[in-house]
Structures are given as structure tokens and as C-alpha cells.
Design a protein around this ligand. Structure first.
Ligand code: ZN
Length: 338
């Protein structure tokens, strides 16, 4: 089979790879129905995170189970499944506490930008839908594999509740889906930070009540103005840069919460500043396994449509163009069809 392999900065190739097979008795192999390029794939693509060797790429997937190992009992060939980028047993103490991305037996699932994928710990990792979904639901179900689950975790970690004022920092796919998550959780006011007209429009469709295009001091001043000088109850940081985290910290009201899900790059926090601001921080790699059953139900019943973030769909063999389009911000999120 052919799949995406990242060689280094701005060098993604679609080339021959070994066809995945069941290695461990707890594995499953799935035929990917759709995969995508994540905003976080851009860190290594841009050379900001280094890759040491050519690496099969992609970590978001949904598809049909082809084969399972002899120890797998909860998923069977023919089922449509969704999983996370960390395989997890879903039984250890961390999984039981809802932090499957910190599973004691976690394993990275990589190389999903391909027609077939090996998923370790299949029983704990994969969640099957009740039946094979109609084609129009596939983008929204794929979004649950990472971007939607991550936006949801940002909102959950930031304690979004009915009636609260929420600020979302970041207008990538995760930021936009954090807006959607905040709306689902009942926030009354949702302020989205964006300078990009197409993303502002989608943020509004997903439930944003206000858009702030200023950044830095100007952005903080505008948020203070919109919140009567107080700051937001819940701030969802979906970028991972020092600028975004500073924006988040300064825009949170005393006693408020920050949910941070952007993978931090070069972010340092001043503990004394945090101390006097009375802000609460919770973040990390989102445990989407915890949220998958609920989010599948919301997509299946057409209550949410997170697949709208995929504004570019390409055949998998054009994966390199998909990366370029996202790198140049011509696309929010690229869906790839094997
Ligand atoms: Zn576990």
C-alpha cells in the first residue's frame, strides 16, 4: 500500500509502505474510510519539531475493522470504528479516571494517512458505531478522532457551564470546535479570537457571539471591555504558543479556568503571576476515548456537525498538497480519502 511519510521540513511523500497487519493479539487492523491532516502535524512539517527519520504520518482515523487479534473481544471485522491517537487499555487506574491519553499501557497510533492502519489495544481504544454510517456522517465522525474531542476537552477542562462567559484563543479546527463544544455545554457568551474572515464565519455558525480580531495587549483590553472589566469565566487555549497562553492567562477572571490543549511550544509560565491572578489551569493531550460514546451520539443524532471544519477534501495521493494548503492557511483542515 501507499501512505504519507514525512521526511523533514516541508517534505511529505506518498510512497510504498508495508501493509499493516496484526502483530499483537490485542491489535486490530482497519481499512480507513477517511483520515486528515491535523494542525499539530504542521509543527514537524514546518521543521519546528524535528523528525529523525522518515516517519509514516497521521493520527486521525475512522474506518472498518478488517482483522483482529485473537485476544480482541469487543470489536469485530465489519464494524465501523473510531479511535484516538493514543491507544489505551481503558482499564488501568488512569483510564478509569478518564485520562486514557495517560494510560499506563498507552501506545502512539501513527501512520493513519494511509488506506490501512494497525491499532494496538483495540478493545480499549476503538469505539464502534451501531451500524456503518452513511457517507455524509463520515467527516463529522472522523473529527471525533481528534479535533472535536480536543475542543471538547478544552471546554470540559475549563469548566464551561450553562450561563458562563467563554473565550476561545485560536481559530484553527480545534479552536472552532471548542466554540461548538462551549455552545453544547450551554455557555451564553462565547468570544472567539480570529482575524480570518472564513474562520470568523464558521465560529459564528458554531455559536460564537463575539469575535475579537486584536491580539496581545489590544486583545486583552477588548476582552476586558466585553466582560465589564472582569475577564472570562472559562478560557480555552487552542494554539500552544507563548503569545496564546499569555493571552489566555491575562483574559481569565480571578477564580476562572483555563483549558489548554494546544501542544505547548516554547511556552513558559510565571508562577508568581499565576499565583496573584487566581487562575486554574488544566490541559494536556485530550482523552477523547472518554468522550467518544457521547460525541458519536451527538453526531449520529445530527445535533453537532464538527465535520464542517474540513474545508478541503483531497484524495490521499495528494496528501502533500493538503499539507501545503494548511501551512499556507488556505485550508482550515484537510480531509483525505484513501
Ligand atoms: Zn489504561
Amino acid at each position: 500500500m501507499k501512505g504519507a511519510v514525512l521526511y523533514g521540513a516541508r517534505d511529505v511523500r506518498f510512497e510504498d509502505r508495508d501493509t499493516p497487519k496484526v502483530v499483537e493479539p490485542t491489535d486490530a487492523v482497519i481499512r480507513t474510510s477517511a483520515t486528515c491532516i491535523c494542525g499539530s502535524d504542521l509543527w514537524p512539517y514546518r521543521g519546528i519539531s524535528k523528525v529523525d527519520a522518515p516517519t509514516p504520518f497521521g493520527h486521525e482515523y475512522c474506518g472498518v475493522v478488517e482483522e483482529v487479534g485473537r485476544a480482541v473481544t469487543r470489536v469485530t471485522p465489519g464494524q465501523f470504528v473510531i479511535g484516538s491517537f493514543f491507544a489505551s487499555d481503558n482499564t488501568c487506574p488512569h483510564c478509569q479516571a478518564g485520562y486514557q491519553t495517560s494510560c499506563q499501557h498507552r501506545e502512539l497510533v501513527g501512520g493513519a494517512q494511509a488506506p490501512r492502519l494497525r491499532v494496538p489495544l483495540a478493545d480499549g481504544t476503538l469505539v464502534a458505531t451501531s451500524e456503518v454510517p452513511p457517507a455524509e456522517l463520515i467527516p463529522s465522525l472522523l473529527a471525533l478522532s481528534d479535533v472535536m474531542g480536543t475542543g471538547w476537552f478544552a471546554a470540559d477542562a475549563a469548566n464551561v457551564k450553562p450561563g458562563k462567559t467563554v473565550l476561545v484563543v485560536g481559530d484553527g479546527a480545534v479552536g472552532l470546535l471548542a466554540v461548538l463544544s462551549a455552545r453544547e455545554m450551554g455557555a451564553t457568551r462565547i468570544i472567539a479570537m480570529s482575524r480570518h474572515p472564513a474562520r470568523q464565519k464558521l465560529a459564528r455558525e458554531f455559536g460564537a457571539s463575539d469575535i475579537v480580531s486584536g491580539r496581545g495587549e489590544e486583545g486583552v483590553a477588548r476582552i476586558k471591555e466585553l466582560t465589564g472589566g472582569i475577564g472570562a469565566d472559562s478560557v480555552l487555549e487552542c494554539v500552544g504558543t507563548s503569545e496564546a497562553m499569555t493571552q489566555a492567562v491575562r483574559s481569565t477572571r480571578p477564580g476562572g479556568y483555563i483549558g489548554y490543549v494546544g501542544v505547548p511550544h516554547g511556552v513558559t509560565l510565571d508562577a508568581q503571576d499565576l499565583f496573584f491572578r487566581h487562575v486554574r489551569l488544566h490541559g494536556g493531550p485530550a482523552p477523547m476515548r472518554r468522550y467518544l460514546p457521547k460525541l458519536i451520539e451527538l453526531v449520529w443524532s445530527r445535533k453537532i456537525d464538527p465535520g464542517k471544519v474540513f474545508d478541503l477534501t483531497l484524495p490521499l495521493d495528494q496528501v502533500a498538497e493538503g499539507y501545503r494548503a494548511m501551512d499556507e492557511r488556505r485550508a482550515i483542515e484537510t480531509l483525505l480519502r484513501p
